[in-house]
Design a protein around this ligand. Sequence first.
Ligand code: ZN
Length: 337
Amino acid sequence: MYISLLLDTEDLIAPEADDVAMWCADILHEERAPATFCVVGENARLLKSRKRSDVIASLTRHDIGLHSDQHSVHPTIMEYLRDKGWDDGIAEVVRRESPGLASIREVFGKSPSTFAGPGATWGPQIHAAMRQLGIPSVMYALTAIPGGRNIHRFAGTRSYPRRDFTDMNDGSYRNPVEWRTNFDINLKALKAFQDAGYHWAGVFMGHPTHILHENFWDFDNLAYGKTVPRAQWVPPKRISDADLKVALANFRTTARTLRNLPGIEIKAIAEMNAIYDRASTAPVDRSGQESVWERIHGDLAKISEWPILEKQFDFSKIAATTRGQLHTLETESLVAG
Ligand SMILES: [Zn+2]
Protein backbone atom coordinates (compact mmCIF):
# COMPACT_ATOMS: atom_id res chain seq x y z
CA MET A 1 0.00 0.00 0.00
CA TYR A 2 1.08 3.53 -0.70
CA ILE A 3 0.68 6.28 1.89
CA SER A 4 0.98 10.03 1.38
CA LEU A 5 2.01 12.39 4.17
CA LEU A 6 0.21 15.74 4.14
CA LEU A 7 0.96 18.98 6.00
CA ASP A 8 -0.95 22.27 5.84
CA THR A 9 1.12 25.46 5.90
CA GLU A 10 -1.31 28.26 6.56
CA ASP A 11 -0.47 30.58 9.47
CA LEU A 12 -1.04 34.16 8.26
CA ILE A 13 -0.04 35.72 11.60
CA ALA A 14 2.93 34.21 13.43
CA PRO A 15 6.24 34.31 11.47
CA GLU A 16 7.71 31.67 13.88
CA ALA A 17 5.38 29.13 12.26
CA ASP A 18 7.54 29.47 9.12
CA ASP A 19 10.48 28.03 11.05
CA VAL A 20 8.45 25.06 12.24
CA ALA A 21 7.35 24.35 8.66
CA MET A 22 11.03 24.37 7.67
CA TRP A 23 12.05 22.09 10.55
CA CYS A 24 9.27 19.63 9.71
CA ALA A 25 10.37 19.64 6.05
CA ASP A 26 14.00 19.05 7.06
CA ILE A 27 13.10 16.22 9.46
CA LEU A 28 10.98 14.50 6.79
CA HIS A 29 13.81 14.89 4.29
CA GLU A 30 16.36 13.44 6.72
CA GLU A 31 14.04 10.52 7.44
CA ARG A 32 13.58 9.92 3.68
CA ALA A 33 9.85 10.49 4.00
CA PRO A 34 8.73 12.64 1.05
CA ALA A 35 5.66 14.70 1.93
CA THR A 36 3.15 17.05 0.33
CA PHE A 37 3.10 20.51 1.91
CA CYS A 38 -0.18 22.23 1.09
CA VAL A 39 0.61 25.93 1.24
CA VAL A 40 -1.86 28.83 1.33
CA GLY A 41 -1.26 31.28 -1.54
CA GLU A 42 -1.04 34.16 0.92
CA ASN A 43 1.59 32.19 2.89
CA ALA A 44 3.71 31.74 -0.22
CA ARG A 45 3.63 35.52 -0.71
CA LEU A 46 4.46 36.09 2.98
CA LEU A 47 7.45 33.74 2.78
CA LYS A 48 8.70 35.73 -0.19
CA SER A 49 8.13 39.13 1.44
CA ARG A 50 9.84 37.96 4.66
CA LYS A 51 12.77 36.82 2.51
CA ARG A 52 12.57 33.27 3.86
CA SER A 53 14.49 31.61 1.03
CA ASP A 54 15.68 29.02 3.61
CA VAL A 55 12.09 27.95 4.38
CA ILE A 56 11.19 27.98 0.69
CA ALA A 57 14.22 25.80 -0.17
CA SER A 58 13.34 23.24 2.53
CA LEU A 59 9.70 23.00 1.42
CA THR A 60 10.67 22.81 -2.26
CA ARG A 61 12.52 19.54 -1.61
CA HIS A 62 9.03 18.11 -1.03
CA ASP A 63 5.89 18.06 -3.12
CA ILE A 64 3.75 21.22 -2.94
CA GLY A 65 -0.04 21.53 -2.93
CA LEU A 66 -2.31 24.58 -2.86
CA HIS A 67 -4.24 25.05 0.40
CA SER A 68 -6.47 27.80 -1.11
CA ASP A 69 -5.48 31.42 -1.65
CA GLN A 70 -6.88 32.95 1.58
CA HIS A 71 -7.76 29.99 3.88
CA SER A 72 -10.18 31.20 6.58
CA VAL A 73 -10.56 34.84 5.51
CA HIS A 74 -14.26 35.40 4.77
CA PRO A 75 -15.91 34.63 2.50
CA THR A 76 -14.33 31.16 2.74
CA ILE A 77 -14.80 28.75 -0.15
CA MET A 78 -18.11 27.23 0.92
CA GLU A 79 -19.39 30.70 1.80
CA TYR A 80 -18.67 32.03 -1.68
CA LEU A 81 -20.14 28.87 -3.26
CA ARG A 82 -23.27 28.84 -1.07
CA ASP A 83 -25.59 30.42 -3.64
CA LYS A 84 -23.70 29.48 -6.78
CA GLY A 85 -24.78 27.09 -9.50
CA TRP A 86 -22.47 24.99 -11.64
CA ASP A 87 -20.91 27.30 -14.25
CA ASP A 88 -20.87 30.46 -12.14
CA GLY A 89 -19.47 28.43 -9.21
CA ILE A 90 -16.60 27.11 -11.33
CA ALA A 91 -15.87 30.65 -12.56
CA GLU A 92 -15.87 31.94 -8.97
CA VAL A 93 -13.40 29.27 -7.80
CA VAL A 94 -11.13 30.01 -10.77
CA ARG A 95 -11.31 33.76 -10.09
CA ARG A 96 -10.64 33.51 -6.35
CA GLU A 97 -8.09 30.68 -6.27
CA SER A 98 -5.93 31.42 -9.33
CA PRO A 99 -3.84 34.06 -7.48
CA GLY A 100 -2.82 31.27 -5.06
CA LEU A 101 -1.79 29.03 -7.95
CA ALA A 102 0.29 31.84 -9.46
CA SER A 103 1.99 32.49 -6.08
CA ILE A 104 2.85 28.81 -5.54
CA ARG A 105 4.36 28.60 -9.03
CA GLU A 106 6.32 31.80 -8.54
CA VAL A 107 7.64 31.08 -5.04
CA PHE A 108 8.32 27.33 -5.27
CA GLY A 109 9.07 27.13 -8.99
CA LYS A 110 6.67 24.25 -9.52
CA SER A 111 2.98 23.60 -9.96
CA PRO A 112 0.89 22.25 -7.09
CA SER A 113 0.10 18.53 -7.29
CA THR A 114 -3.22 19.01 -5.55
CA PHE A 115 -5.77 21.42 -4.13
CA ALA A 116 -6.48 20.85 -0.44
CA GLY A 117 -9.45 22.81 0.85
CA PRO A 118 -9.02 24.57 4.19
CA GLY A 119 -11.00 23.49 7.27
CA ALA A 120 -12.85 20.60 5.64
CA THR A 121 -14.06 22.55 2.63
CA TRP A 122 -16.29 20.97 0.04
CA GLY A 123 -17.64 22.32 -3.22
CA PRO A 124 -18.18 20.17 -6.32
CA GLN A 125 -17.26 23.11 -8.56
CA ILE A 126 -13.72 23.05 -7.09
CA HIS A 127 -13.02 19.83 -8.97
CA ALA A 128 -14.03 21.25 -12.35
CA ALA A 129 -12.21 24.52 -11.61
CA MET A 130 -8.97 22.68 -10.80
CA ARG A 131 -9.22 20.90 -14.11
CA GLN A 132 -9.40 24.31 -15.81
CA LEU A 133 -6.48 25.60 -13.75
CA GLY A 134 -4.29 22.59 -14.46
CA ILE A 135 -4.12 21.33 -10.86
CA PRO A 136 -4.38 17.56 -11.29
CA SER A 137 -6.13 16.47 -8.09
CA VAL A 138 -8.34 17.43 -5.15
CA MET A 139 -7.52 16.31 -1.61
CA TYR A 140 -9.92 15.42 1.25
CA ALA A 141 -12.81 14.74 -1.18
CA LEU A 142 -16.21 13.88 0.30
CA THR A 143 -17.00 11.76 -2.73
CA ALA A 144 -16.31 8.05 -2.78
CA ILE A 145 -16.89 5.05 -4.95
CA PRO A 146 -18.45 1.77 -3.82
CA GLY A 147 -16.05 -0.94 -2.67
CA GLY A 148 -12.51 -0.79 -1.35
CA ARG A 149 -10.85 1.17 -4.18
CA ASN A 150 -10.47 4.68 -2.94
CA ILE A 151 -8.83 7.03 -5.48
CA HIS A 152 -11.43 8.07 -8.05
CA ARG A 153 -12.48 10.85 -10.40
CA PHE A 154 -15.23 13.33 -9.79
CA ALA A 155 -16.13 16.05 -12.30
CA GLY A 156 -13.15 14.88 -14.32
CA THR A 157 -10.59 15.42 -11.56
CA ARG A 158 -8.68 12.85 -9.52
CA SER A 159 -9.98 12.85 -5.96
CA TYR A 160 -8.37 11.54 -2.76
CA PRO A 161 -11.13 10.81 -0.23
CA ARG A 162 -11.18 12.44 3.17
CA ARG A 163 -12.37 9.21 4.77
CA ASP A 164 -9.21 7.39 3.71
CA PHE A 165 -7.01 9.57 5.93
CA THR A 166 -5.65 9.02 9.38
CA ASP A 167 -4.86 12.08 11.48
CA MET A 168 -1.73 12.35 13.61
CA ASN A 169 -3.42 15.04 15.72
CA ASP A 170 -0.75 17.73 15.60
CA GLY A 171 -1.63 19.11 19.06
CA SER A 172 -0.51 15.82 20.60
CA TYR A 173 3.15 15.75 19.46
CA ARG A 174 4.13 17.86 22.49
CA ASN A 175 2.54 15.39 24.91
CA PRO A 176 4.32 12.00 24.82
CA VAL A 177 1.44 9.98 26.32
CA GLU A 178 -1.24 11.54 24.13
CA TRP A 179 0.99 11.28 21.06
CA ARG A 180 1.75 7.58 21.64
CA THR A 181 -1.93 6.73 22.19
CA ASN A 182 -3.00 8.58 19.07
CA PHE A 183 -0.13 7.18 17.01
CA ASP A 184 -1.10 3.61 17.94
CA ILE A 185 -4.68 4.31 16.83
CA ASN A 186 -3.32 5.60 13.53
CA LEU A 187 -1.06 2.61 13.01
CA LYS A 188 -4.03 0.31 13.60
CA ALA A 189 -6.10 2.27 11.10
CA LEU A 190 -3.36 2.00 8.49
CA LYS A 191 -3.12 -1.74 9.08
CA ALA A 192 -6.89 -2.00 8.62
CA PHE A 193 -6.68 -0.13 5.30
CA GLN A 194 -3.87 -2.45 4.27
CA ASP A 195 -5.81 -5.58 5.26
CA ALA A 196 -8.83 -4.32 3.32
CA GLY A 197 -6.73 -4.21 0.17
CA TYR A 198 -6.56 -0.44 -0.26
CA HIS A 199 -3.99 0.85 -2.73
CA TRP A 200 -3.51 4.09 -0.88
CA ALA A 201 -4.13 5.90 2.40
CA GLY A 202 -3.48 9.47 3.45
CA VAL A 203 -1.73 10.45 6.68
CA PHE A 204 -2.38 13.96 7.91
CA MET A 205 0.87 14.83 9.67
CA GLY A 206 -0.36 18.20 10.85
CA HIS A 207 -0.17 21.95 10.62
CA PRO A 208 3.29 23.31 11.55
CA THR A 209 1.51 26.26 13.23
CA HIS A 210 -0.47 23.92 15.48
CA ILE A 211 2.66 21.98 16.42
CA LEU A 212 4.03 25.32 17.71
CA HIS A 213 0.87 26.86 19.16
CA GLU A 214 -1.72 25.81 21.72
CA ASN A 215 -4.58 27.07 19.59
CA PHE A 216 -5.26 27.64 15.90
CA TRP A 217 -3.99 30.94 14.46
CA ASP A 218 -7.38 31.76 12.96
CA PHE A 219 -9.71 30.65 15.77
CA ASP A 220 -9.96 33.88 17.76
CA ASN A 221 -9.91 36.02 14.64
CA LEU A 222 -11.98 34.27 11.98
CA ALA A 223 -13.90 31.30 13.46
CA TYR A 224 -17.65 30.92 12.86
CA GLY A 225 -17.90 33.99 10.65
CA LYS A 226 -15.91 36.30 12.92
CA THR A 227 -14.22 39.07 10.91
CA VAL A 228 -11.57 40.73 13.06
CA PRO A 229 -9.68 43.16 10.74
CA ARG A 230 -6.24 41.86 9.80
CA ALA A 231 -4.39 44.64 11.66
CA GLN A 232 -6.09 43.53 14.90
CA TRP A 233 -5.58 39.79 14.60
CA VAL A 234 -4.52 38.22 17.89
CA PRO A 235 -1.56 35.84 17.50
CA PRO A 236 -1.93 32.22 18.72
CA LYS A 237 -0.34 31.19 22.02
CA ARG A 238 3.11 29.63 21.67
CA ILE A 239 4.16 26.49 23.54
CA SER A 240 7.45 26.48 25.49
CA ASP A 241 10.79 25.73 23.82
CA ALA A 242 11.03 22.52 25.87
CA ASP A 243 7.61 21.35 24.64
CA LEU A 244 8.52 22.25 21.06
CA LYS A 245 11.64 20.11 21.34
CA VAL A 246 9.52 17.15 22.52
CA ALA A 247 7.02 17.79 19.71
CA LEU A 248 9.67 17.78 16.99
CA ALA A 249 11.29 14.62 18.41
CA ASN A 250 7.93 12.84 18.33
CA PHE A 251 7.32 14.18 14.83
CA ARG A 252 10.62 12.61 13.77
CA THR A 253 9.76 9.26 15.38
CA THR A 254 6.40 9.36 13.59
CA ALA A 255 8.10 9.90 10.21
CA ARG A 256 10.70 7.22 10.86
CA THR A 257 8.13 4.65 12.01
CA LEU A 258 5.91 5.29 8.98
CA ARG A 259 8.94 5.01 6.71
CA ASN A 260 9.73 1.56 8.08
CA LEU A 261 6.23 0.01 8.11
CA PRO A 262 6.21 -3.34 6.33
CA GLY A 263 4.37 -3.42 3.02
CA ILE A 264 3.94 0.35 2.99
CA GLU A 265 5.66 2.80 0.69
CA ILE A 266 5.55 6.57 1.14
CA LYS A 267 4.72 8.51 -2.02
CA ALA A 268 4.01 12.22 -2.24
CA ILE A 269 0.87 13.21 -4.11
CA ALA A 270 2.79 14.22 -7.26
CA GLU A 271 4.12 10.65 -7.39
CA MET A 272 0.67 9.17 -6.70
CA ASN A 273 -0.71 11.27 -9.54
CA ALA A 274 1.97 9.92 -11.88
CA ILE A 275 1.11 6.34 -10.85
CA TYR A 276 -2.63 6.91 -11.35
CA ASP A 277 -2.13 8.66 -14.68
CA ARG A 278 -1.66 5.10 -15.95
CA ALA A 279 -5.00 3.96 -14.48
CA SER A 280 -7.98 3.08 -16.60
CA THR A 281 -11.23 4.81 -15.74
CA ALA A 282 -14.80 3.48 -15.78
CA PRO A 283 -18.07 5.22 -14.92
CA VAL A 284 -19.89 4.32 -11.69
CA ASP A 285 -23.38 3.06 -12.46
CA ARG A 286 -26.59 4.63 -11.21
CA SER A 287 -27.04 2.32 -8.21
CA GLY A 288 -23.38 2.83 -7.26
CA GLN A 289 -23.91 6.60 -7.33
CA GLU A 290 -27.00 6.28 -5.15
CA SER A 291 -25.23 3.99 -2.69
CA VAL A 292 -22.62 6.62 -1.78
CA TRP A 293 -24.97 9.62 -1.57
CA GLU A 294 -26.16 9.15 2.00
CA ARG A 295 -22.59 9.02 3.27
CA ILE A 296 -21.56 12.09 1.26
CA HIS A 297 -24.57 14.04 2.53
CA GLY A 298 -23.85 13.00 6.12
CA ASP A 299 -20.23 14.11 5.84
CA LEU A 300 -21.31 17.40 4.26
CA ALA A 301 -23.68 18.04 7.18
CA LYS A 302 -20.82 17.40 9.60
CA ILE A 303 -18.28 19.67 7.91
CA SER A 304 -20.88 22.41 7.65
CA GLU A 305 -20.45 22.88 11.39
CA TRP A 306 -16.69 23.50 11.16
CA PRO A 307 -15.36 26.87 12.43
CA ILE A 308 -14.33 27.96 8.94
CA LEU A 309 -18.03 28.66 8.27
CA GLU A 310 -20.64 30.91 9.77
CA LYS A 311 -22.87 29.17 12.32
CA GLN A 312 -26.05 27.57 10.93
CA PHE A 313 -24.44 27.43 7.51
CA ASP A 314 -26.95 26.54 4.80
CA PHE A 315 -25.32 23.87 2.64
CA SER A 316 -28.47 22.80 0.78
CA LYS A 317 -27.50 24.24 -2.59
CA ILE A 318 -23.96 22.81 -2.37
CA ALA A 319 -25.53 19.42 -1.53
CA ALA A 320 -27.92 19.60 -4.48
CA THR A 321 -25.13 20.59 -6.88
CA THR A 322 -22.99 17.73 -5.57
CA ARG A 323 -25.79 15.23 -6.09
CA GLY A 324 -26.33 16.56 -9.60
CA GLN A 325 -22.72 15.73 -10.47
CA LEU A 326 -22.63 12.16 -9.13
CA HIS A 327 -22.97 10.89 -12.71
CA THR A 328 -19.37 12.09 -13.24
CA LEU A 329 -17.98 9.61 -10.67
CA GLU A 330 -15.42 7.30 -12.23
CA THR A 331 -13.31 4.51 -10.82
CA GLU A 332 -9.58 4.52 -11.50
CA SER A 333 -7.99 1.07 -11.69
CA LEU A 334 -4.37 0.23 -12.10
CA VAL A 335 -3.85 -2.54 -14.61
CA ALA A 336 -1.88 -5.40 -13.08
CA GLY A 337 1.77 -5.60 -14.15
ZN1 ZN B 1 -5.86 24.63 6.86
